[in-house]
Design a protein around this ligand. Structure first.
Ligand code: TEU
Ligand code: CA
Length: 536
């Protein structure tokens, strides 16, 4: 049901600004480009946009290294343009979510340059995690922690101290035990809420607090909690943020990126005085398998019901292999390897499953996230030349990890060759190369084809918005054939997904509302899903 708590049921579209649309022709997406495509997003039928970071940044981690949260990066535009964009989206009934990164800032942030110029033990250094090294002359890092992007999590500065960075060296971790850090971030939230922003996506939300003893741990196991993941102190941070969000007449939503293995500990972040919701990475990483999906769905619903929070459903984002490619692997149990090289991929199969998955996710209770380009059925781009790759993960692992460039390739809007309308005519090349075979996948090519992925997304989103039983609220599994997922929402709505290897009969007297493939008779083919109007 559609309550005023929009975040409980919204279809939220992730814009990765660098790759969405380039307005000024420098080959990099920008806010003018986004504004020129708001009609497209409105027609698509989404209810909110989450923007990956658009703040001032040296781009060591594609903008997740922020120099100043109150300035827009000049590559993307200006604060005035961001304000215009917020207004223009609101005029279309689209809400705006911005990304806030609390775990770290850029090494060019004023706090970090001040810390580098200050002495060991100074208040400036206490905003970060500066420590003496080990070994005779402190030449060894303070502990064995590894960066998530590869290599040690510590970098030494000229006076001999080391600072902690769980991601790239250009992303020094903040010390959340320092009250100035808390005050500053609450102020950043107010800065954006005061400009009409409806919600915040909280980056790496479970990582902010660290065990101050900085103990080593066994890197081969990764339990929750862990010296820098899921410490209880995190909850105090988000209680403070929730108070800020709730201080507005129209309360603002906080959506966490909380990667945790333990469902019960995950749910603690969604208690009534903390975050409103969080991304469902268990679902994202699940294989294309009925039993596995059903288990994840049940576990998700149970964990969220316990705290009264809405579930979310996510298939792709800017950090993982696009799901057309994941679902096109011969063995999708490797879908759990959400980022890996994919030597053999059946793209048509992957796209067929992606279509079926769209109907599944959009019929489940809660909110749904759509990553830009998934509505076009874009695959992962796997053959980006090494010298064009940008992601620090690729470079810091010497290419052992393919990194995330392949899901960040600029969108194809129209035309038959690069830049496919991403940039205006005569512009610089897009910041990442686009495949030669993307003409058929462009938004313009799909616009008038009633069977395209884009048409399917439009159809499903329109129906989802019109169907009172969809969005938040209960669901009921139907007993069905093995490897087929079937459930009802409300009195007369049924979703069926056929993951088996044989076609299945559709129920009698059912009206087909939407199907992921054209249906010629009352059977549901393999890897196909359907929404039905049913009567009890
Ligand atoms: O990601 C946090 C995170 O831990 C992973 O998603 C990580 O990016 C990587 O995929 C691990 O294998 C968030 C952002 O979504 C990501 O883009 C940033 O690089 C990261 O934080 C640092 O800010
Ligand atoms: Ca641009």
């Amino acid at each position: 049901p559609r309550t005023t708590d929009w975040w409980r049921h919204a279809a939220i579209y992730q814009v990765y600004p660098r790759s969405f649309a380039d307005g000024n022709g420098d080959g990099i997406g920008d806010l003018v480009g986004v504004r020129s495509r708001l009609d497209y997003l409105q027609r698509l039928g989404i209810e909110a946009i989450w923007f990956s970071p658009w703040y001032l940044t040296p781009m060591a981690d594609a903008g997740y290294d922020v120099t100043d949260f109150r300035q827009i990066d000049p590559r993307f535009g200006t604060l005035a343009e961001a304000e215009k964009l917020i207004t223009e989206a609101h005029e279309r009934g689209i809400r705006i979510i911005v990304d806030v990164v609390p775990n770290h800032v850029s090494n060019e942030h004023a706090w970090f340059t001040a810390a580098l110029n200050a002495a060991p033990g100074s208040p400036e250094r206490d905003l970060f995690w500066f420590r003496e090294g080990r070994g005779e002359n402190g030449e060894l890092p303070p502990n064995e922690w590894q960066s998530i992007f590869g290599g040690s999590a510590w970098t030494r500065v000229p006076d001999g101290q080391w600072y902690l960075h769980l991601f790239a060296p250009e992303q020094p971790d903040l010390n959340w035990r320092n009250p100035l850090v808390r005050a500053e971030y609450e102020d950043i939230l107010r800065f954006w809420f005061d400009r009409g922003v409806d919600g915040i996506r909280v980056d790496s939300a479970a990582m902010c607090s660290k065990d101050p003893a900085l103990p080593d741990y066994d890197h081969s196991v990764f339990p929750d909690p862990h010296p820098y993941v899921d410490l209880d102190e995190n909850h105090d941070i988000y209680r403070g943020w929730r108070a800020v969000a709730d201080s507005y007449a129209e309360p603002r939503a906080l959506i966490g990126e909380v990667w945790l293995a333990d469902a019960a500990r995950f749910a603690q972040y969604l208690r009534a005085d903390e975050l409103h919701s969080a991304f469902n990475f268990d679902f994202l990483g699940c294989s294309w398998d009925a039993a596995a999906l059903r288990a994840v769905i049940d576990q998700t619903l149970a964990a969220h019901a316990g705290v009264g929070a809405p579930s979310t459903w996510v298939l792709s984002n800017h950090d993982v292999t696009r799901h057309v490619t994941r679902y096109g692997r011969p063995d999708t149990s490797t879908a759990a390897g959400i980022r890996q090289y994919n030597p053999v991929v059946d793209e048509d199969l992957g796209r067929r499953r992606a279509r079926a998955a769209a109907l599944l996710t959009m019929a489940l209770p809660g909110a749904v996230y759509i990553y830009q380009g998934e509505e076009l059925g874009l695959p992962e781009v796997e053959d980006i030349p090494a010298d064009r790759r940008d992601d620090p993960i690729y470079h810091r692992t010497n290419g052992e990890d393919p990194g995330r460039d392949g899901c960040r390739v600029p969108l194809p809007w129209n035309g038959t060759k690069e830049p496919y309308g991403f940039s205006p005519a005569g512009a610089a090349s897009p910041w990442l190369p686009q495949p030669a075979a993307w003409a058929q996948l462009s938004a313009a090519a799909q616009d008038t084809d009633p069977h395209s992925m884009l048409s399917l997304y439009r159809q499903v989103l329109a129906r989802r918005a019109a169907e009172p039983a969809l969005g938040d609220g209960p669901m009921q599994w139907l007993d069905s054939v093995p490897n087929v997922l079937a459930f009802t929402r409300g009195e007369n709505f049924t979703c069926i997904v056929n993951l088996s290897d044989t076609p299945v009969q559709l129920p009698d007297h059912a009206q087909i509302l939407v199907s992921s493939q054209p249906l010629s008779q009352a059977v549901l083919p393999i890897d196909t899903s359907v929404w039905l109007r049913t009567t009890a």
